[in-house]
Every structure is written in structure tokens, then in C-alpha cells.
Design a binder for this molecule. Structure first.
Ligand SMILES: O=P(O)(O)OC[C@H]1O[C@H](O)[C@H](O)[C@@H](O)[C@@H]1O
Length: 435
């Protein structure tokens, strides 16, 4: 499994970017930051390795083993799962689903989904119409003959166990679940309600009163924006059948890389250096994550939430190119850095433009070109146009979209958010919270 790459050459420019001399000058400070982090790491940093070590040692009796056992059993017992969540798990699991599953996952037949459940998200807003539409959707399968198709599970992620939006959603969805199970409620409710919470918590009390068979531990010390690689994100990911070991291995590898590599070859420190210098020397406080492919759009939204909630003055924005090109209009680039996220290997066979009788669109000139080549050309053109307009850019490149690369990316950006805040002395909320 290859490491993701960070290429910041498009941000090095004497007129609109940073200089190698500025980067070198920041190196001692970065080393200090690295050593300080190793000495006092926030709770999210060691989680992936801890989960993996526990699994290697104790298998079924470890937290990860518990997740796999339950997720794999449920593949045969339910056809849908509702995830009630907020914070990083909400966007993070959506990001994993959108990046790794078929884009029409929920629309595929059960066979087409390999018996993995459809997945719906709620519990972090007060949207009356959205929740009633979801309840209506869940109710549509109640007439199915197959009991598996009638049943749905509910993962409730609430470390503190008393978040208002989640409690309100639970009040709506728990009775609906009970009703859908009818005479089987006493047998199935304790199996299908899956709380992810700390101890003690009101949610845990409720789960115990219902007799829930499994309660998944997550620490309330972990800020929710940083919880995608804890049980909160891994349980729903395992329900989708994603390769969670590789997800955590990718994150742990990024953590180990960050702790050991010197500043000049350390992806995390390079990313921090470039963005810190652009902010302090150029006043660049708007950061565009420009993803080339809609499968990564939700990943960008996860990052928006992570950064926007960090206390940093930087404003994040996700765009999908070339769709959202207007955001990158040369007249609208003041104060922006554009970080392209690029996937090099596509899953489906490359589609060729081909010859068309009549050539009504004039594209016959490109007939032997393939869509991925046109994308590569568009990335190069866009980068050149941004530089001409005086906008610094970087590229985060992954060979292909897989859980290992996503684990690296999630972890890298949680590290950079924390470190940038430490560098600016703002509150990155990576420390024990007092919710
Ligand atoms: O415990 P096992 O039967 O090996 O299953 C373990 C598997 O469980 C789920 O399906 C997860 O999505 C996988 O990431 C994991 O590898």
C-alpha cells in the first residue's frame, strides 16, 4: 500500500506563494512542534494503532473484534441501518461510503450490495421534513415477505450520551423501530439498537434498560470532530463491509510517519508549514479543498467541519472540479489557496470519446482520448490558470481510492488541524473536552 503524496511545488513562488527559505526558517519550530506532539499527543492520535493491537491480541474480545462480530452478523439480519450521529462520524462515515461504495449503493438490490445494508444518516439537525421522509422510507419495506428486508438497525453515536439533536432523533426513531418490529420487538430491539457511547451516559442507561446486547465504547474525551477512526466511525464502516483493518493501518502508518520523519520529508509538517506560511506572509485565510471526482466530495465536507470548528481563523471550502469552476474564477481568488485532491487510478475501464457521425459537437478531433486523460489535462490547465492568476496551489495525490489511502488522509488532516492550531496557539479542541 503506497503512501499518499503531498506536492507543494505550486505554492512555492516569490510573487504569490512561499519561498524555500521561509520553509527552512520554520523547520526548527516544526521540529519542536513534532517533539511536543510526541510528548503530549491528543486522544485521537494513538487510537488506530490501539484498536489494531487489541484486535491482534484478543480478536473477538477486543473492541475491534466486537465491531466486526456484530457488523458481520447484521449483514444477514437487516437490510438497512440508520446512523444517528454528529461530528466527525456523521460526515466521516458518509465520506467513506461515498468514496468506497458504489455511488448508488442505497439504490442497488440486496444482492447488488453483497447483502450489506443500505445506510441512512440523521440525528444532527432539527429538520422535521428530513426525518419524516426517512421514517417514511423505512416504512416502505414493512410489507416485504422476507423478514430481513423488513428489519433495520440503528447505530446511535453519542459519546456524552446527552446531545440534544441525537436525543430528539432517538425519540422519533426508537418508537418507529419498535413499531416496525411489531410482535418481535422484545426479541429484536436489544439486537438492533447499537449505541456507541461513553460510560456513564444517559444513552447507556437507556440502552441497558432496553437490554441492548452490545454497547460500543467511545471516549467522551475525544472531540467528536476527531472520532471517525474510533468505534463511532468504524462500526458503520464495518456494516458497509469496508476493509476497516486497512483503514486503521493507513491511519497508523501516517501517525508513525509523522512522528518519525524529519521536517523536509514529513508530509504532515510540510502541509502545516505551507499553510501557516501562506497565512502569516500572504494573509491567505481561505482554503479550498478542490477534489477531482465527486466520490471525494463528502470527504471535503468532513474536512470543512474539522477545520471550521478548530478555532482557527481559516475558512475551509470544498469544491468539485471541473463542476464548481466558478469558485476558482480568476477574479475570485484573492486570499485563497487551492489544495487539489487527485486520484490517479480509476476503478472503471476508461471511457473513450470515440467517433460520432456528423460530429455535431466537434469532438471527433478528440476521438482517441479517454476520459481520465482529459481529466489529467484539465487538472494541469486549471493549475496553470490558478498560478497565472496569482493563486498558490498544492496537490494531495492518492494512487487509488481505498480504505488505506483514506485512513492516511483522515489521520493526516486531523494531525495538521491540531498542529496548525498549536502553532497559532488557538484551541484545536484536541484536548479532553468538558462537555
Ligand atoms: O472477523 P472476520 O470474520 O475476519 O471479519 C472481519 C471483517 O469484518 C467486517 O466485514 C469489516 O468490514 C472488515 O473490515 C473486517 O475485516
Amino acid at each position: 500500500m503506497g503512501r499518499i503524496q503531498f506536492d507543494y511545488s505550486g505554492a512555492v513562488d516569490a510573487n504569490y506563494g512561499v519561498t524555500e527559505a521561509q520553509i527552512a526558517e520554520l523547520a526548527p519550530k516544526l521540529l519542536e512542534l513534532q517533539q511536543e506532539f510526541v510528548a503530549v499527543a491528543p486522544p485521537f492520535a494513538s487510537l488506530p494503532r490501539e484498536l489494531l493491537d487489541g484486535y491482534n491480541e484478543l480478536r473477538d474480545d477486543s473492541p475491534l473484534g466486537q465491531i466486526f462480530r456484530v457488523a458481520n452478523r447484521l449483514h444477514d439480519e437487516v437490510d438497512a441501518v440508520v446512523v444517528l450521529a454528529g461530528g466527525g462520524a456523521y460526515r466521516g462515515v458518509q465520506a467513506l461510503r461515498d468514496a468506497c461504495c458504489d455511488p448508488y449503493h442505497n439504490e442497488l438490490s440486496r444482492g447488488g450490495r453483497g447483502s450489506k445494508p443500505r445506510m441512512y444518516f440523521t440525528g444532527n439537525d432539527l429538520d422535521n421534513d428530513a426525518s419524516s421522509a426517512l421514517l417514511h422510507r423505512l416504512g416502505r419495506d414493512l410489507t416485504a415477505i422476507d423478514p430481513v428486508v423488513r428489519r433495520w438497525a440503528m447505530v446511535v453515536i453519542d459519546p456524552a450520551g446527552e446531545t440534544r439533536e441525537r436525543a430528539l432523533a432517538l425519540r422519533q426513531f426508537l418508537p418507529a423501530m419498535e413499531e416496525s418490529l411489531a410482535d418481535d420487538a422484545a426479541q429484536w430491539l436489544p439486537e438492533l439498537l447499537l449505541p456507541v457511547t461513553d460510560q456513564p451516559s444517559k444513552l447507556r442507561d437507556l440502552a441497558q434498560a432496553i437490554g441492548c446486547k452490545e454497547i460500543f465504547p467511545v471516549s467522551n474525551e475525544l472531540d467528536e470532530r476527531f472520532n471517525v477512526l474510533s468505534a463511532a466511525g468504524v462500526l458503520p464502516a464495518a456494516m458497509l463491509g469496508l476493509d476497516c483493518v486497512q483503514l486503521l493501518e493507513g491511519a497508523a502508518a501516517m501517525d508513525e510517519h509523522f512522528r518519525a520523519a524529519p521536517p523536509e520529508s514529513n508530509l504532515v509538517l510540510q502541509y502545516v508549514a505551507i499553510h501557516h506560511l501562506l497565512q502569516t506572509h500572504r494573509g491567505i485565510d481561505r482554503r479550498v479543498m478542490n477534489v477531482w471526482g465527486s466520490a471525494l466530495e463528502t470527504f471535503g465536507l468532513w474536512h470543512d467541519q474539522l477545520l471550521a470548528g478548530s478555532g482557527s481563523p481559516v475558512l475551509p471550502l470544498t469544491t468539485v472540479s471541473p463542476r464548481d469552476g466558478h469558485h476558482l474564477d480568476p477574479t475570485n481568488l484573492q486570499g485563497k489557496v487551492v489544495n487539489h485532491v487527485i486520484v490517479q487510478q480509476h476503478r472503471a475501464d476508461p471511457w473513450q470519446v470515440g467517433q460520432s457521425d456528423g460530429d455535431h459537437d466537434g469532438l471527433n478531433a478528440l476521438s482517441d482520448r479517454k476520459l481520465p486523460d482529459l481529466m489529467t489535462q484539465a487538472i494541469a490547465d486549471s493549475d496553470a490558470a490558478l498560478h497565472t492568476a496569482g493563486c498558490p496551489t498544492t496537490q494531495l495525490r492518492m494512487h487509488e481510492i481505498d480504505t488505506h489511502s483514506l485512513g492516511q488522509l483522515f489521520h493526516m488532516l486531523m494531525l495538521t488541524t491540531t498542529l496548525e492550531c498549536r502553532l497559532q496557539n488557538c484551541d484545536s479542541k484536541d484536548k479532553p473536552s468538558t462537555k
